[in-house]
Design a protein around this ligand. Structure first.
Ligand SMILES: NC(=O)c1ccc[n+]([C@@H]2O[C@H](COP(=O)([O-])OP(=O)(O)OC[C@H]3O[C@@H](n4cnc5c(N)ncnc54)[C@H](OP(=O)(O)O)[C@@H]3O)[C@@H](O)[C@H]2O)c1
Length: 366
């Protein structure tokens, strides 16, 4: 199962909106076939592994990181292919929450006399597939907040400058996170201050498609120029509200961006962030990486929408005039404070990379 998880993980940049599944087929203690999910429209991991195993699949055990599908999508049901190949035992890490699968794949295998075991490697599979599980459980994109901060938790100096707080290694790692996301999101404050391009440029394995760039601009403040509106670099989506002036809408569209009107946030400050994640989920975004400033990050945290945070922390000290990582009045007491669960800590050159998840969202949503 560890091998199957590694194969699945290696495919995570190319399968969305499908899950990145790994499969290993073993007989008499020897691996006879293995594979991972191919890009959408291509074979699932089980089909790749079965093709590699050929006749050696007869009487073998298949280790799969996610329940095999028992329905006909763009490819045939994996359960039927496994049965036809003579697989005798299937060991699955996790059941698939996708309503089209949801236990039916396992039932179909059991009905056909195949021995089925569930749960081996479940914790690792849950972590690896977290954005997919969140998406299928909620219909919304999972929200990864990425931030580069000083030692005292500031993301910009008093003059608004933030490039660069952290070093080359941290910036390259942030591009790896972009490559694993289907959308990269900023607020209008960051778009105006930094004029970012939000493309994947420094990743080791550049995805076939650049992630969708998403600008949240409720009032039409960001002009339709600069790299964010160069749609030869990557597609751009602007999410705005009915408050936007017509000329701003026209200019964004003329630059080649797609524009959608969503509800205003319940408190009137910007766009409704739950609606943003739902809209992105509807469009097949499993993970939205938010690279906003403190205003957007603070609003997401306050709304309970943050699933994961990756913070790159440098040794710079920007002082109290610098901008705090999460804006807002903050909790009044320590007891009110949102508290994230530390998943990982690494040294990256001169910086530290801290990864947290929102444990309140349950095992499948971080
Ligand atoms: N170090 C880092 O990792 C990092 C990363 C990014 C930015 N920065 C720095 O952060 C600073 C910009 O901070 P910022 O707070 O102004 O930028 P921001 O959080 O990216 O943008 C805030 C703006 O987004 C819009 N927005 C739309 N919907 C929203 C919602 N529901 N909640 C909150 N905002 C929403 C609002 O403007 P409208 O109401 O007009 O729509 C809001 O003023 C710059 O100095 C930049 O360099 C640092």
């Amino acid at each position: 199962m560890q091998r199957a998880l590694a194969l699945g993980d290696a495919a995570r940049r190319r399968t969305a909106p499908n899950p990145w599944v790994g499969c290993v087929i073993a007989r008499d203690g020897v691996i006879v076939g293995e594979g991972a999910t191919e890009p959408p429209g291509g074979p699932h991991a089980e089909a790749v592994a079965l093709a590699a195993a050929g006749d050696r699949a007869r009487g073998a055990t298949a280790y799969v990181t996610l329940e095999p599908c028992g329905h006909r999508g763009r490819t045939g049901p994996c359960t039927d292919a496994m049965r036809a190949a003579g697989i005798e035992r299937v060991v699955v890490a996790l059941e698939d929450p996708d309503p089209r699968v949801g236990g039916r794949g396992l039932a179909r295998l059991r009905d056909a006399g195949v021995t089925v075991e569930v749960g081996l490697g479940a914790a690792d599979a849950t972590r690896s597939l977290a954005p997919y599980l969140h998406h299928r459980n909620t219909g919304s994109a999972s929200c990864l907040v990425k931030t580069a901060t000083s030692l005292d938790g500031r993301v910009a100096a008093a003059d608004g400058s933030s490039q660069w707080i952290t070093g080359d290694e941290a910036r390259a790692d942030a591009h790896e996170l972009r490559a694993e996301s289907q959308a990269v999101v900023v607020g209008s404050g960051t778009a105006l201050a930094d004029r970012p391009s939000l493309t994947v440029r420094l990743a080791t394995d550049t995805p076939a498609r650049q992630p969708l760039r998403v600008l949240l601009d409720a009032r039409g403040r960001v002009p339709a120029d600069g790299p964010l509106f160069d749609t030869t670099l990557a597609p751009t989506l602007v999410l705005t509200t009915a408050m936007v002036p017509g000329p701003a809408l026209d200019a964004w569209r003329a630059a080649g961006a797609k524009v959608e009107i969503v509800d205003a946030a319940p408190d009137g400050g910007g766009v409704d962030l739950a609606a943003v994640l739902a809209l992105l989920g509807r469009d097949g975004v499993l993970q939205a990486m938010v690279e906003g400033g403190p205003t957007l990050h603070g609003a997401l945290l306050a709304a309970g929408l943050v699933d994961r945070v990756v913070a790159f922390v440098s040794g710079a000290v920007l002082g109290r005039e610098g901008r705090a990582m999460f804006a807002g009045p903050g909790p009044l007491t320590l007891g009110d404070a949102p508290r994230l669960e530390l998943l990982d800590a690494q040294v990256l050159g001169p910086d530290v990379r801290l990864e947290y998840r929102n444990a309140r969202h349950g095992s499948g949503s971080s």
